[in-house]
Ligand binder design. Structure first.
Ligand code: PDD
Length: 285
């Protein structure tokens, strides 16, 4: 039996009810985070909470909790939900309003929700085969750095990928690759690891930052630089990264092989560094 958190209470999921006047329901007016839990430890919690604060500031909604309060709520929630590797989903909306009006209500009572889900293990043949992706035009809005619950663009793009038998849609805006529908993007070109720089057209991924940190610490040449879409097809390696999928090597893009068509050596090295980093976090817990 799982337990969820809603507005100060720990409840069974079917007891956790949000009014239909909630602006999250009516307008997608809210932001969220997805935080992995390895062992009993929230992975990179400070970084996730800093990004949550940025997202809330981006939609002009006051952070309902201090970092210490968030930690206590989320640690309590994971303790109530068994053990093992999981992920925490949390969302904050602008709450219920007396009438449906696009502009903010005079009095805002945010809705705070959090739940815990299992993390699906990576495909067993990942290191052998990698995953397939498609490229699509980035049809989303211009505030992609905000982790908004308004995800219709991402939803439609990911669905196209799934219907094409692919793991992800890699997005292109004005001739440059930005990120995946729910992941960041890396490629290896001229033996250098590249990822598009932060800005309004992509989410500042926590996994992305960790990969850059690991690259720096272990002497893997890496750069943040714009990625022309034409570089995707001729990349030595292509990866997509996120909190729930870690680092997935993309070995087929739009039906054609990427590099050798197999996960590459830079991916294998970074995957090992990432697993090692996780194991150390787990042990420290
Ligand atoms: N999404 N870009 C987008 C558009 C994303 O939705 C995500 C993650 C990322 C990767 O960010 P991070 O490394 O911090 O997980 C990049 C989460 C997992 C989701 O929506 O479920």
């Amino acid at each position: 039996m799982t337990t969820v958190y809603l507005n100060g209470r720990f409840l069974a999921p079917d007891q956790a009810l949000v009014p239909v006047s909630d602006r999250g329901f009516l307008f997608g007016d809210g932001v969220y985070e997805v935080i992995p839990v390895y062992g009993a430890r929230l992975f990179r919690l400070d970084e996730h909470l800093a990004r949550l604060a940025q997202s809330l500031a981006g939609i002009r909604l006051a952070d309902p909790h201090t970092p210490g309060e968030w930690r206590r709520i989320l640690e309590d929630l994971i303790e109530r939900n068994g053990s093992g590797d999981r992920s925490v989903y949390l969302q904050v909306t602008r709450g219920p309003a007396p009438k449906r009006d696009h502009a903010f209500p005079a009095v805002v009572t945010p809705t705070v929700f959090a739940s815990v889900s299992p993390i699906a293990p990576p495909p067993a043949d990942l290191a052998e085969r990698g995953v397939a992706a498609i490229t699509r035009e980035d049809i989303r809005w211009k505030y992609c750095h905000i982790k908004a619950i308004t995800l219709l663009g991402n939803v439609l793009l990911r669905q196209e990928a799934v219907e094409a038998g692919c793991a992800e849609a890699i997005l292109v805006r004005d001739g440059e690759a930005t990120e995946g529908a729910a992941s960041n993007l890396f490629l290896v070109r001229d033996d250098v690891l590249l990822t598009p720089p932060k800005g309004p057209f992509l989410l500042p991924g926590i996994t992305r930052d960790l990969i850059l940190e690991l690259a720096r610490d272990h002497g893997i040449p890496a750069r943040e630089a714009p990625v022309p879409a034409s570089w995707l097809a001729c990349a030595q390696e292509l990866w997509i990264t996120s909190s729930t999928r870690e680092i997935l090597p993309v070995t087929r893009l739009d039906g054609a092989p990427v590099g050798t068509g197999r996960p590459g050596p830079v991916w294998a090295r970074m995957h090992a560094l990432f697993q090692d980093f996780k194991a150390r976090q787990r042990a420290a817990g």
